[in-house]
Every structure is written in C-alpha cells, then in structure tokens.
Design a protein around this ligand. Structure first.
Ligand code: OOG
Ligand code: NI
Length: 464
C-alpha cells in the first residue's frame, strides 16, 4: 500500500524537471533564449493549425508540450549507472531502449530513463538520455587504468541524495519535505563544475584519447550537457535561430519535413567553449577551457512499428549512401534534397501509415460511437462509420543515428574515430542492474489496450 502522505513520483519528476530547467537557464543563457523562441513558434503553429490543436486537445497532450524536455548525461562507471537508475525510479523514470553509439565513433552505450505509463507521460514526459563511457574501447591501457582510478575515487551523489533514495525504496515513497530535499540534493549531481579534478596534462591525455573521455573523467560529476524543449515546427525554429544570435548546426537530424511527422527530428547549436581551471601537480590552478554543453530542440512524430522503423532505416541509409552530410555543413542543401527525394517512399497520410502497419496509433470511441455502443462493428467499419477515431502515438524515445549526429557536431570532425562496432546490451544491463524495456513491445501494448477499450464498448476485432 502506498501511503497517501507520499508525494507522487509524477510530481517529483515534474518538480525536478522544472528545477533542472531553472538551473540550466542560469548556467547557459542561450537555453533561455531558445525556450522563448520555441514557446512563440509553438503558439503560432497552433494558431495556424486548428487540426493539430484538436488532435493534441483530444489526446490530452496539449498541456505537456510547454513543459516537455529531455536532457543528457554521460556516466563513468557501472556503480554510477546503477545508482542513477535508483534515483530516477523515485521520480517514476525507467530505462527504455538500448543505444549503441560505438558504431558512430562515440565510445558509449546508453539508455533513456523516462516515464512509461500513459497517465504519467501526460503529466510530464521528462526523459534523460544516459550514456555510460566504454573505457574498454580505449586502446591506451595505462590511460584506461588511470581513468578508472579517477572515476573510482569520485562520488557523484550527495550523501543526502543516497539516503533519500534508500528511504524511498524502504518506505515506498517520500513525504513532502523529503521530496523537496530529494529534488535539491539530486540536482547537485547535474551541476556544472568549473574546476576540473585533473591536471592540465591529464586532461590533454584524456582529450587526445577522445574528447568524450575527457568530458566524463575530468569532472566531479556528470553535468547535464543539454536540455531540449519540444517544438511543433522545428524548421521555423531552425530558420529563426540566427536572428536570436544562435547558430544552429547545418542540418536537422532525422526524417525530412512532412505533413505527418514520424519519429523524431532534432537540431542543436554548437557546444560553448567554457572556462575551466585545472590543478597542477604543485597545487596551483591553471586556466583552460572545455566544450561540452550545447542547446538542442526537437519535434516529435508518430512512433513507428518494426516494419515502419525498418523502412525508415532503409531510407535513411539510402540517403546517406548517396550523400553523407559533412560536419561543416558544406553539402547541407544537397543532403536535404536527397533526403526528401528518398523519403517520398514513406507514406505521408495518417490512415495510410496506419493501414500499412507502419506506425502505432491510439483508438478511442467518438461521441457517435458511444451513443451507438450496442451496434457491434469491426474496427475498420467502426472507423469508416465515424464511431472510432485514431490518433498517432507520440514517439517518446531517441534515434541512435541522430544522437550520433548530435554528439559529432559537438565534438568536431577530429573526434570521428573508428571503433569496432560492439553493441553489448548484456554488459550494459548487468551494469545497470536490470533489463531495459523494449520500446516496440511497449507501444504495441498501448495500442492494443486502446483497441480493447473500444471493443469493450462497441467494437469487435483487433488491428495490429
Ligand atoms: C547525448 C546525445 C543524445 C539525443 O537527443 O539524441 C541525445 C549526449 O550528447 O550526451 O540527447
Ligand atoms: Ni538530446
């Protein structure tokens, strides 16, 4: 039994997300500028698009959009990852999906912590893309050992945060005061530290191995490296960024602009060069700099079935075979032209996407469907008769190719190293201390449940 005095995990997550946003706005002022721009563009998009407004309103997802964001952190050890899992669980966030980025030249693998229940997603879908450094992919053995030692010595969680996680696990929740202290304490882990824990020489060695290794190993904690608001029109935001003094990366990652958005489109501005000091062997501080934190925006579309995803992957690969986007943006126009040409093969009509089994949808009875509940129609007939409506299920996850593109644009061309592709979900799950949820099975379950709700009240047949 949960104690009614406990604050709900959804509330703790919303409070944490708001606190994180306030902290990041202080730390990275360009994030505040981006937030205001996204808010304006979202309002304009809804004003100009009553059908989109209606869809968001009937699916109860209008309110979540202005509060919606994801962040990303990079962890160094298995112990950090498994403790982070316990921290996120207190906020109702669970690991979904496995992402291997070694294939894209980034020595990490990752999962996304996020709420999974429909009701929780509607309250606040805050997600954190959480990577774990793969020191096993770093060739220099001495450096690897030194990095391991540095990581073993740091403690990224406050004693208060650990105690409150244990208390929440023991009691099954947290009361008001504890929940507030939990948010404040956990926030400390995500803070930026302008004093590194390594010497200038060590930083240089780590940086030479890979910039990402330096980013993880040189600091006291896993600073949040971006916080991404959700926009309803990413092309407009991209176009208007320069007027706000922000330079976006050359291309929007993911699918091209379409009438019916699919999966996820993302763009970002480059990482800031920030002042950091490093302590020499003799104890004196040396000033230097580090680039890690950037800004990103995203537009979310329908979640794709394995069949839809396979088509998406095939079309994206074909595009990239024909034109690989250069990091300096020099062939951006050509890339975008090829992308939209190739993606003509992906249907751009909700009912087509649904009928071909490419995307996941939620079904619901219309008013007409309710009043004629005794009339038992099959699902397609019920849709045709206007008794049942369907709406796209939002993709709540990430895309490894886009994530790699975002990593790369922030690490610079020189960071594009070759690693042997070595996905290792087992090792990741062992380090995490649990298995990750399969996102396809989860979306399919949500779709099935919505169909069953209709069937129970007036429709037969199932669609898959
Ligand atoms: C994570 C990049 C992944 C996204 O939106 O795909 C990500 C990172 O840079 O640490 O956030
Ligand atoms: Ni991101």
């Amino acid at each position: 039994m949960t104690n009614p005095e406990f604050v709900s995990a959804d509330t703790i997550r919303s409070d944490f997300s708001a606190a994180m946003s306030a902290m990041y706005r202080d730390e990275v002022p360009a994030y505040g500028t981006l937030m205001s721009l996204v808010k304006r563009v979202n309002e304009e998009t809804l004003d100009a698009n009553p059908e989109l407004l209606r869809r968001l309103a009937v699916t109860d997802s209008l309110d979540r959009i202005s509060e919606e964001r994801h962040g990303a952190i990079r962890l160094g050890t298995a112990a950090e990852l498994s403790m982070m899992r316990r921290v996120f669980a207190v906020m109702g966030m669970f690991p979904v999906g496995y992402y291997d980025l070694s294939t894209a030249g980034v020595p990490v693998h990752a999962t996304a912590f996020r709420p999974v229940q429909e009701a929780s997603l509607k309250v606040n879908p805050f997600r954190v893309f959480t990577s774990l450094l793969r020191l096993d992919l770093i060739k220099d053995e001495d450096l690897r050992r030194e990095a391991e030692k540095l990581l073993a010595e740091r403690d990224i969680f406050t004693a208060g945060a650990v105690a409150l996680v244990e208390k929440a696990e023991r009691q099954g929740g947290l009361g008001q005061d504890d929940a507030k202290r939990f948010v404040d304490d956990v926030l400390q882990t995500f803070r930026w530290h302008d004093k590194a824990i390594v010497s200038p020489e060590m930083y240089a060695r780590l940086h030479d191995a890979h910039r990402l290794v330096a980013d993880v190993v040189s600091f006291k904690g896993p600073h949040i490296n971006h916080l991404t608001p959700r926009t309803l029109d990413i092309d407009v935001v991209q176009e208007r960024m320069p007027a706000e003094g922000i330079t976006p990366k050359a291309i929007v990652e993911g699918p091209p602009q379409r009438k019916c958005p699919i999966l996820l489109r993302q763009t970002s501005f480059k990482a800031l060069e920030e002042d950091v000091s490093f302590q020499g062997e003799d104890g004196t501080w040396h000033s230097g700099s580090h680039t890690a934190r950037f800004g990103e925006i995203e537009q979310r579309g329908v979640a794709l079935t394995p069949k839809g995803r396979a088509l998406y992957d095939r079309l994206l690969n074909e595009t990239r075979d024909r034109c690989r986007p250069a990091a300096d943006g020099s062939n951006a126009a050509e890339y975008l032209a090829v992308l939209s040409e190739v993606f003509k093969a992906f249907p751009d009509d909700w009912n087509e996407i649904r009928k071909q089994g490419l995307g996941y949808f939620v079904y619901a009875l219309t008013d007409k469907g309710f009043s004629s509940a005794s009339q038992r129609l099959d699902l397609e007939a019920a849709i045709d008769a206007g008794h049942v409506r369907f709406d796209p299920l939002v993709y709540e996850d990430f895309l490894p190719v886009s994530a790699a593109g975002i990593f790369q644009s922030n690490l610079g061309d020189d960071a594009a190293q070759e690693f042997v592709a070595s996905p290792n979900q087992r090792m990741f799950e062992r380090d995490l201390g649990t298995t990750v949820l399969d996102e396809f099975a989860h979306y399919a379950g949500m779709m099935r449940a919505s169909i069953e709700r209709c069937v129970g009240t007036g429709t037969t047949a199932a669609a898959e």
